[in-house]
Design a protein around this ligand. Structure first.
Ligand code: PHE
Length: 431
């Protein structure tokens, strides 16, 4: 539940549908499914297996499977780059999550008759962004301080079922509205001329890596908390299936909602004819649709932004856990102190981005998710398939899954992470 909570986040409910919207609808969906199952799932397994084997933070874990001084240096490099990358991801993620919280409070303020406050909550300002970054980070730090069992696991298993329920209810409701079916068509009828578009391939891979929280050590740390009795290939498949499933289902909410907005007179196309994506979609198109719905709109908007806030929170705690686990295990810092200290530093970075939004936000997003994450994914494959001993990998997998040696997974996966994954990542990366 915690690993799914990490995977399911803004990447699914926002990133995936908007990527699909701007990349030919179902053509993107199709490419994404291939990327997610063929590249991201094997990479996810690599991280979970290394993590459970080493029972330690990413740097120590990679060192423990290293052979010789050179690979140990590479382990420190990959582990540290992961910690740095995830901290930067958290710094921009917290800004967007802060918007979600502000938009969640907006209908409450309106219900209470506080129209001025509601206006402030939904108007883009540095003050609002700064305040909500701090609030969101405080919540994240609070959960991480409470520990793995009482913090992460408890909150993930409370929030995830709620998230799925809200998502399904919203879809059922939106699909009954005029215009929804056009949106569904735009989402599900593929424009296959787009499939070989290199931009689409890069976007789909980046999206798959981001969505499964890969490369930065998050899944490795969560893997280190999985007991030896657990069947890893099954756990990994469940996490991947749930993550991919929720992304696909979220598309059935967002695209129809956009076309409902269109039917209600809201502009959903850019001047060049492409669909509005990025921040404008969530903070302008959808709210306009909610307000066009009249009285029900207030409740729908409340449910939607609650969903977004929950999805963000179960992901942000998994991000903060990476540097905190490192500091707690490696530097012997007390967990609560580490969470507070590191959380404060990330909050400061977020505030710097808020104050210099224009070049910094896109820069950090692109660097972290398109440059750093796939590169790290590549190195994880190298570690598990080229550096770690094959018999040791098998010994780790058969714990909790004794029949694994003769099963499909062990026949396909090792060859896969050894050749196909690194080659494909490089190809898409360099292409
Ligand atoms: N997977 C999360 C999402 O889809 C984001 C994430 C990235 C979480 C990296 C942890 C690490 O929103």
């Amino acid at each position: 539940m915690a690993a799914s909570g990490s995977a399911v986040g803004l990447g699914n409910i926002w990133g995936f549908p908007t990527n699909a919207a701007s990349n030919g609808g179902a053509a993107f969906l199709f490419t994404y499914l291939v990327m997610a199952f063929a590249l991201a799932y094997p990479a996810l397994m690599a991280e979970l297996i290394i993590g459970r084997h080493a029972k330690a933070n990413s740097i120590k874990a990679l060192q423990s499977i290293s052979r010789g001084p050179r690979t140990r240096v590479l382990a420190v490099f990959v582990g540290s780059l992961g910690i740095l990358t995830v901290s930067f991801i958290l710094s921009f993620y917290a800004i967007v999550s802060g918007w979600m919280m502000a938009y969640f409070l907006d209908p409450l303020a309106r219900l209470a008759g506080m129209t001025e406050a509601a206006g402030w909550l939904t108007a883009d300002s540095e003050l609002r962004n700064g305040i909500f970054v701090v609030l969101f980070m405080a919540l994240t730090i609070h959960i991480i301080r409470a520990g793995v069992k009482n913090g992460i696991e408890r909150w993930a298993s409370r929030l995830m079922p709620m998230l799925i329920l809200i998502l399904l209810l919203l879809i059922v409701y939106v699909l009954t509205l005029p215009g929804a079916m056009d949106g569904l068509r735009a989402y599900l009828v593929p424009d296959f001329s787009q499939v070989a578009n290199p931009r689409l391939l890069v976007d789909a891979m980046g999206q798959a890596f981001f969505s499964l929280s890969l490369g930065v050590g998050t899944m490795l740390i969560y893997g280190s908390y999985i007991s030896k009795g657990e069947n890893l290939p099954v756990t990994g498949s469940l996490v991947a299936l749930l993550d991919i499933g929720i992304a696909v289902i979220a598309g059935m909410l967002i695209l129809p909602a956009m076309y409902v907005a269109l039917a209600g007179g809201v502009q959903i196309f850019n001047p060049d004819g492409s669909l509005v994506a990025g921040p404008a979609l969530i903070v302008s198109v959808l709210p306009e649709m909610f307000s066009a719905m009249g009285a029900v709109g207030v409740f729908v908007s409340l449910a939607f932004f609650l969903l977004m806030t929950i999805a963000s929170l179960t992901s942000s705690i998994s991000m903060l856990e990476v540097p905190v686990a490192f500091a707690a295990e490696y530097r012997n810092m007390r967990r609560g102190r580490a969470a507070l200290l590191i959380g404060a530093v990330v909050t400061l970075v977020s505030l710097v981005i808020v104050l210099n939004f224009d070049p910094l936000f896109d820069l950090v997003v692109n660097y972290a998710t398109e440059v750093s994450q796939p590169l790290l994914g590549f190195f994880f494959c190298i570690f598990v398939a080229w550096i770690w001993r094959r018999d040791a990998v098998l010994r780790e997998i058969v714990q909790g899954s004794p029949e694994a040696e003769s099963g499909m997974f062990w026949k396909v996966w090792p060859v896969y992470v050894k050749f196909v994954c690194p080659a494909a990542i490089l190809l898409v990366y360099l292409g």
